[in-house]
Design a protein around this ligand. Sequence first.
Ligand SMILES: [Cu+2]
Length: 72
Amino acid sequence: MRNVELSAKDISCNHCKMTIENGISGSVGVTSVQVDIDTKKVDVIFDESKITVDTLLGQLLELGYPAEVTVG
Ligand SMILES: [Cu+2]
């Protein structure tokens, strides 16, 4: 398991939080996704043998939230 913290500047409300959490949590290899609206951070715990950080970033982009890695 690996933990990565992503930052997406367009996160602004609970709708964003739900969109991202629901959109990513079902991805194969993802164990947990947690969005913090105040800090605009997305914390993801995932299995790196099944999904990559680049894939996660791509999924966020598709959901409308361009993001970058801040920790991990
Ligand atoms: Cu929003």
